[in-house]
Design a protein around this ligand. Sequence first.
Ligand SMILES: *Cc1c(COP(=O)(O)O)cnc(C)c1O
Length: 347
Amino acid sequence: MSNGTLTINLNAIKENWQTLDSISKNTVETAAVVKANAYGLGAREVSLELAKAGARKFFVATAEEGSEIRKALGDSVNIYIFSGHMAGKSSLIEQNYLIPLLNSPEQNIRHHQNLTNHPFGVQLDTGMNRLGFERSDFSEFLELYKEKKPELLMSHLACADDINHLQNEKQLKAFMDMTSEIECPLSLSATGGIFLGEQYHFDICRPGIGLYGGTPFEKAKSVVGLSLPVIQTRALVPEETVGYGATWIAHRPSLIATLSTGYADGLIRAMSGRAVVYANGKPCPIAGRVSMDLITVDVTHLTDIPEHMEILCEQQSIDQLADEAGTIGYEILTSLGNRYDRRYTGG
Ligand SMILES: *Cc1c(COP(=O)(O)O)cnc(C)c1O
């Protein structure tokens, strides 16, 4: 039902990339993480813009995502796959010249058997315990990797959004220890790591969320706007209720606007009774529960009911909306549904 309008400012994405790039020294290359359809904003459009700005290395989660980026950008960029060399993906990796970031002895064997001379990187586990070679497994392959050099050795920080977290330094040290015997490009930092200081930058930084305007890049340019059509307004007398579960009760004569969007469009149900929508800059609380295709908003205090209201706008960033719903900006972005009309500006 939703024909809300999702506006994606490509120029802001480009400027965010340039600003993040300027934080590290000139010798450090800034890549771009465009996994999950560029955090929901359109892998093709976003990658093209970042390539225009000068990005030459792109990271995605899966080989399928990698082949999309290859189609969009052609041969002039490197594309790395976080999930590595998964079973059944060898020909996709080969045909699209993708660089799998091998993350286990099993993947290492698969890669060197199936694609002997195809480039690869290696992902190391320095303390997140999610993906990557453990120290002991990695040691077994050291001699091989001195011969057949990885394109990249990388790891990922678990707590980089907290500058004071002790885990950052522990992982930094583990990463330096594990990589000390191999001469090849190194990468440790995503958006958060860029703000931890030069020693975290190594050869390549890999920002994702910062490009899209999210914390911990505090000075990021805002990238997304979301405007929602009002499809009906309804006057309530005291004691009448709104929505499923009748959780919102009118305590005075009230005016409720019904907007076309819902949890099927990524406005998660946890926003029920908590999040705020803006009418020409004036905050209006969501009244009652978010439904699949609709939300209801208390507009009693407005003198005029506009045709559209905004939920992502100057007054409300992805992180502010996320806070209201008990989640993070990443989840807000990647949940944005495909029923919105998408408009790209500034590209
Ligand atoms: C998603 C991801 C990134 C990007 O992280 P942001 O916090 O969005 O900057 C970098 N590296 C890895 C391994 C990732 O999974």
